[in-house]
Design a protein around this ligand. Structure first.
Ligand code: PHE
Length: 335
């Protein structure tokens, strides 16, 4: 007959190896009862300790308690492991050794990043952001900006007209963010310094520098004594902050019916001048239509092309990449 020490040893080995095969909580509970419970072999050895020769009693008692304590600890560990998800998956017979599915982190679209950067720089220059409607009336998109029906400047904006109307006025997808100049002037008094981000639409064919939908940020500053020097300083500060102080920029004459004089700002890019915004001094007619004396109040406005800005920021030679939804392209931009 084996000694009591040998019995304890093999009991322990058995308990450990059967614990290894346990795959759910139910089995674990049964294991606990079997090896450490009141009618377990260990408990009965303790109960019958009086049958053990006097000189071994203490040793065996301690040993049994030790094993019991150990098994209880192992039980607790295993029980906790079932509480976490991976263990539950073993329960459902899922092979947790299979490599996991990669979690793809989304990132902001490059145009969103460029737009945010633009607004941040403008806010440092004192312009607060405000948005306007994308569906506009021809009154705000054209007429109030001194672009009447028969004005040749309407040719500059081939327009998407909508089927719906508002107050009997036909609606269109705004071709620029300039309508917000008028809307804001109607509701607010100078001094004014706003930046208006948003989508604009033009019914034209696309090429490397044109898309039928693009983002603009309009800026408008109206106050007493605003001069073209302020416009120039603002655009220069903006460009150096955005593109670095070694950026080559050029302001040249341009024409927009709602400014006088009008300019455009171009940035040197891949051997050419890329136009990134139109700008100018707000036309005196617009100031007086808003109810202010153009001899007292003056201002400047600009409309920045965000896709063009993004092309400059990341050296991208074709605007159409932005809207092809090619993840190989989109993943290159970190916020
Ligand atoms: N709205 C003009 C455009 O879309 C840009 C512009 C804005 C020009 C403000 C002058 C002043 O081309």
């Amino acid at each position: 007959m084996s000694t009591i020490n040998e019995q304890l040893d093999s009991l322990k080995t058995e308990a450990l190896s059967s614990l290894n095969n346990i795959i759910n909580k139910e089995e674990l509970m049964m294991w606990r009862t079997k090896y450490t419970g009141r009618s377990s072999a260990l408990s009965s050895i303790l109960k019958n300790l009086k049958d053990v020769p006097q000189e071994k009693r203490k040793e065996i008692g301690l040993l049994v308690n030790d094993i019991k304590k150990n098994l209880e600890l192992l039980f607790k560990d295993k029980d906790a492991s079932f509480d976490n998800k991976i263990a539950n998956e073993i329960d459902r017979n899922i092979d947790i050794s299979l490599p996991g599915l990669p979690v793809r982190n989304g990132s902001l679209h490059p145009i969103t990043i460029a737009l945010n950067k633009t607004l941040k720089v403008l806010s440092q220059l004192g312009f607060s952001s405000i948005e306007g409607p994308e569906a506009e009336t021809s009154h705000y998109n054209f007429d109030s900006l001194r672009i009447p029906d028969d004005h040749p400047a309407r040719d500059m904006w081939d327009t998407f007209w909508l089927d719906s109307s508002f107050n009997n006025e036909e609606l269109l997808l705004r071709t620029h963010t300039s309508p917000m100049q008028i809307r804001f002037l109607e509701e607010n008094d100078p001094p004014i310094r706003i930046a208006v981000p948003g989508k604009c639409y033009r019914y034209e064919s696309t090429d490397a520098t044109h898309e039928w939908m693009m983002h603009q940020v309009e800026i408008l500053a109206i106050d007493k004594n605003v001069s073209i020097a302020n416009l120039k300083a603002t655009l220069q500060s903006f460009a150096y902050e955005m593109f670095g102080s070694d950026a080559k920029i050029m302001l040249r004459n341009s024409y927009f019916p709602f400014v006088e004089p009008g300019v455009e700002m171009a940035v040197f890019f891949r051997g050419e001048w890329l136009e990134v915004m139109g700008a100018g001094m707000v036309h005196p007619d617009i100031i007086s239509a808003a109810g202010y004396d153009p001899n007292v109040y003056s201002g400047f406005a600009a409309g920045m092309g965000i896709e063009r800005i993004a092309m400059l920021l990341w050296d991208i030679d074709d605007i159409r990449y932005f809207y092809q939804n090619d993840l190989r392209f989109l993943k290159k931009f970190k916020n």
